[in-house]
Design a protein around this ligand. Structure first.
Ligand code: SF4
Ligand code: SF4
Length: 434
């Protein structure tokens, strides 16, 4: 796509990067067919190509974003399906992140939208606050249905509907010693939403990794990866989270050393793998962030690379594998989780339209509840055709979105791998004979 950014604009590294991304787009339109919002809405402006055009105009002309432009940018899930499809290697993700930051600083949103975004940014990245908020949400949950009928309160209704009916049991893992011959040491991301909603995922991961011969540590000062605020356009907050985590993991790297930084929430993994890019203009952090990014691995990548422990009790269940967008499109990890589940004795099935987002997408299912709901229902309808005993996924957002729509247990892939190789049975299968 031709652009005419001025030399002065190009001196801004973010603007120069966005121009390079825009120029790589040849307008072929291949990406439209695999874009969830285009598939649902059929509007070119809700396709990657249409959005790239809108972002080019907004950034190049230094325009004040209009409500119409913001609407189409906001509807993007950041699912990165277009990244997988694009034959020209257009790095849409960096462009939409820049556009979101631009909108955040050049556009005044309606009051309720501003309040909702501030609440999300002030609560979700902080486990203690999030835990308290879930307690309040439980009390307000019965009113979710009523709120849904008031358009301006649909986001609040969606947030209440997604809150789990039962609080999670216990806290996330604090780490584990290596079992058997010690092969190395890894850090696990503690994170923010996952340890509050499903702390058992971190326990299963630590159990599995420790049986593989690796010590597991959780760096005390590492926390939310910054993805949630990053996708809200709050760049300064996202970079602050990235710097804090880089400091926390560099202390481990320079201390007892790390072989990998393991992430069980693929949305977070995608962001951590991008820390090198996010902090590229910060001389104090660029090299360290690059080092941290290069050590980051999704749990399935790590287990596939080091080898699954011996399968001691194959449960023989049919697993519907829901491929999280952040894992398949963001990190290009597609085969490892499915191959590991198969090797662990599960029969793995993939739903139709596996490339399409389930509608979770960070805070999307709260901020865009109508589109997210349609995508969630569509995903669950495809999964239902598989007659699966259990649904596996690699991201807490997908697990929450899907579990709200089905009676089939929804687990993290690592819980199934841990169980089959000697770990505890997930609660949903505590009476299973294996
Ligand atoms: S990130 Fe996803 S929703 Fe956004 S334009 Fe690309 S394919 Fe469409
Ligand atoms: S597939 Fe790539 S090059 Fe083609 S329109 Fe989409 S983003 Fe542009």
């Amino acid at each position: 796509m031709r652009t005419s950014f001025t030399p002065e604009q190009r001196r801004d590294p973010a603007m120069a990067e966005s121009e390079a991304v825009i120029r790589a787009c040849v307008h072929c339109g291949f990406c439209t067919a695999t874009c969830p919002t285009y598939v649902l809405l059929g509007d070119e402006l809700d396709s990657p190509r249409g959005r790239i055009y809108l972002m080019k105009e907004m950034l190049e002309q230094q325009q004040q974003p209009t409500a119409e432009v913001v609407k189409h940018i906001d509807r993007c899930l950041s699912c990165m399906s277009c990244l997988t499809t694009c034959p020209s290697g257009v790095h849409y993700g960096h462009l939409i992140d820049h556009a979101r930051t631009y909108i955040e600083t050049h556009y005044r949103r309606p009051l309720l939208d501003r309040i909702m975004r501030r609440v999300l940014a002030a609560v979700l990245p902080y486990p203690a606050r999030f835990r308290r908020a879930l307690g309040l949400a439980k009390l307000a949950r019965p009113f979710a249905h009523l709120l849904r009928s008031i358009k301006a309160l649909q986001s609040l209704s969606a947030m209440l509907a997604l809150a789990p009916a039962k609080p999670a049991k216990g806290l996330a893992t604090k780490g584990a010693e290596a079992q058997g011959a010690r092969l190395g040491r890894v850090a696990m991301l503690g994170g923010c939403a996952e340890p509050v909603l499903r702390p058992e995922i971190s326990h299963a991961a630590a159990s599995l990794i420790s049986r593989m011969g690796y010590e597991v540590v959780v760096a005390p000062n590492a926390g939310c990866c910054g993805a949630l605020v990053h996708h809200l356009g709050q760049e300064a907050a996202a970079l602050a989270s990235a710097r804090r985590n880089v400091d926390a993991w560099m202390a481990e790297i320079e201390g007892a050393g790390l072989d990998a930084i393991i992430v069980t929430a693929s949305g977070c993994g995608t962001t951590i793998k991008d820390y090198g890019f996010m902090l590229r203009s910060d001389p104090a952090y660029a090299a360290k962030a690059e080092q941290v990014s290069s050590l980051a691995m999704d749990i399935s990548e790590f287990v596939a690379a080091k080898g699954l422990p011996t399968v001691t009790r194959p449960p023989g269940l049919i697993v519907a594998y829901q491929s999280a967008c952040s894992l398949q499109h963001g990190q290009k990890v597609t085969r490892a989780p499915q191959d590991l589940l198969t090797a662990a004795g599960y029969q793995v099935r993939q739903p139709a339209e596996a490339h399409l987002c389930c509608g979770s997408a960070g805070t999307y299912n709260i901020l865009q509840p109508v589109i997210a709901g349609q995508l969630g229902d569509r995903k669950v309808a495809h999964i239902a055709k598989l007659s699966a005993d259990v649904i596996a996924t690699g991201n807490i957002g997908c697990a929450t979105q899907i579990a709200a729509r089905t009676g089939t247990p929804v687990l993290h892939t690592v819980q199934l791998l841990d169980w089959a190789t000697g770990g505890s049975a997930p609660e949903a299968f505590s009476s299973h004979p294996s």
